[in-house]
Design a binder for this molecule. Sequence first.
Ligand SMILES: Cc1cc2nc3c(=O)[nH]c(=O)nc-3n(C[C@H](O)[C@H](O)[C@H](O)COP(=O)(O)OP(=O)(O)OC[C@H]3O[C@@H](n4cnc5c(N)ncnc54)[C@H](O)[C@@H]3O)c2cc1C
Length: 438
Amino acid sequence: MEQPEVTFTAHNGWADPPVETAPALDGQVECDVAVVGGGLAGTAAALRLAERGVDVAVLEADHCGAGASSRNAGQLSSTPGGSPELSSTLHSGRFPGLVRFSQEAVRFTEELIDRVDTDCEYEPTGNIVAAVSRGQMRKARRNGRILRKAGLELEVGRARDLGMPDSFEGGLRVNAGGVLNPAKFVLGLREELLRSDVRVFERTPVRAVEPQGAGVLVRTPMGRVRADKVLMATNAYSKALSIAPRGLAAPIWVGMVETEPVDPGRLEETGWTSRAGLATEHNIMQSYRLTRRYTVVFGVRRLHLGRGTVRDREPDAATVSGLVRGFHGQFPSLQDVAPQQAWGGWVAMTPSMLPVAGEAAENVFYAVGCNGHGLAQAPYLGTLLADRMLGDEPHRDLVPVWRDQARFGPSPILNRPALRAAWVADRLSDRLGTPSKR
Ligand SMILES: Cc1cc2nc3c(=O)[nH]c(=O)nc-3n(C[C@H](O)[C@H](O)[C@H](O)COP(=O)(O)OP(=O)(O)OC[C@H]3O[C@@H](n4cnc5c(N)ncnc54)[C@H](O)[C@@H]3O)c2cc1C
């Protein structure tokens, strides 16, 4: 097996963690709203609540931004997530609302990027759902029709027309959104949070959330918080809290790899003139994007299902080799470009592959499961939920993701045999679809 020379990290590959963390909770605190989890969802929600004059405390197990929010591929995308063909059939009534939610999420997050006092390297390049074979191109055309009907502005075309590498067949391009450095973005939001009136407690894992009388008690190793309301923004880590709705989301670990810097001329020669982020039409998508440091970051391709409490982990050699093989296969002119570093993170995958929010118990709200689209969707969802918690009429974009019942059925795809079968089907279709490329 190919053993790439690559630095494996349990952190993220985008930016160093903060040198200092906010103090852990030690003792008892009272507040209007306690936010559990300081990723994009929790941070954005806390900032919104504070703006509206609410006394907020954020309780974060690590440092704010340490989860998926700093580890992702940085593709700010306005497609809803999951398969449009499937979602528009299974959730036909709310599908146009989900598409509008995803579009508005990008608009909202772009405004947040402007507001955050940091350069997160945002490039408004748009993103492309990329086809690697004729079969995937047909799928892209079908999905394009469905998404356009639901209100998304997009174009479907051949690789050269879309400014994507000519080793792809073509794809579906959405001009809204782009690519950014996700760790710089979320750490910028963290700084904003630390400057605000929000009380931030880092290195404070919440052990239990218990409704009590008219409020909620939150227990941590060295303290407790009495709050009127709690927002759980714990994403893939939610299972550790018994109050989280059962079956809401499965923790899935995905790997990312960054190459060594590549000569800009060589990158341009691939045909990737738009610099748009790419996500393929495989059952388990593969993502590719360019960075400002002239590297290519790619990932996903294989999903690892977590059991019980999930912990940070380094990528394993087999996962990285698979990703590198996929990259070299898809970019034949960059066969000599070596991987430089690898990392990964936990995503919360919902059975519908769509975002979801609701009330887990009286006064305990949750916003989890933005799947692989949370860079735009998680901060928007957190903000909409914050407004809802203050008694506002549900925003029209919250309605399609809101669940009245905190009950979720088992997913036929979120189990090991199904994930393995999806991966095998992808590799088979790669061989049959475009044998010369992989
Ligand atoms: C490798 C990878 C690539 C991805 N690529 C993309 C992409 O290109 N585009 C895109 O849109 N999305 C992408 N995603 C998904 C996106 O990153 C997530 O949907 C989004 O970051 C979720 O934000 P969040 O705030 O809900 O969760 P997180 O960022 O995971 O935040 C949850 C926080 O809660 C804290 N926490 C959990 N449990 C507790 C507890 N009990 N007590 C206290 N704190 C707790 C955690 O420490 C963490 O900081 C990717 C994800 C990964 C992992």
